[in-house]
Design a protein around this ligand. Sequence first.
Ligand code: PGA
Length: 254
Amino acid sequence: MTRTKIVAGNWKMNTNLDEARALAVAIAGGAGAARGVDLAVFPPFPWIASVRDELGGSGVQVGAQNCYIQKSGAFTGEISPWSLVGVCQMILAGHSERRHVMGESDEFVGQKVDATLTAGLTSVLCVGELLGERQSGAALDVVTRQLGAGLAGVDTGHLDRLVIAYEPVWAIGTGVAATPDDAQEMCEAIRRWMTDRFDEAGDAIRVLYGGSVTPDNADELFRRPDVDGGLIGGASLKADAFLAIAVAAGAVGV
Ligand code: PGA
């Protein structure tokens, strides 16, 4: 199975409009150097359309960092995946900051995945264990529990629009990435979980690693056979670093 790598930048709650535009222009300008890689950025909600315009014909996709689970209605402050159709292509679900800062449950995350896929967009389901859970040997149990609830309602006809991001919480924003061996081990376990349930369609789902990916460690992580790219936080706010990571993914190939 060949899987095109993805390098996606999660800008989190960073950038004002001018900064977001400038970052998009710089990324669009350098994206051509990353061959054979799918690139995406996830700006804050209000900048999505402007970033999309600045990215123009560069091929870099745009995504949202979050969404609600209903099509429309009286849900003040929330954004429907259906509203994002034609505006962006992807939506994150279950990023660790939403799970652990905002208190989103596994089930709620699953409803977001379902809503996103039903709306016709790509869902990037993020999973990952806390440090204590890894230290106690519970990492795989936690990740498979999050996968089970996250994909409980998924229509198998939508699996070609599903991406998984394995992001150990202890590696996010800490400067301590998982070792390539640890990243590979969990991404492989996630793939096995998918293929057990979805056969070949499961094998085609791309599994990204996220957590302190930098231009220095990207190459080694992306060389592992089950690491199909990265979800990049801090390093995605600097065009040079993000593009260097993208080029590393392109150099490794499928
Ligand atoms: P980081 O964040 O690259 O800053 O560790 C990754 C993420 O939260 O997606």
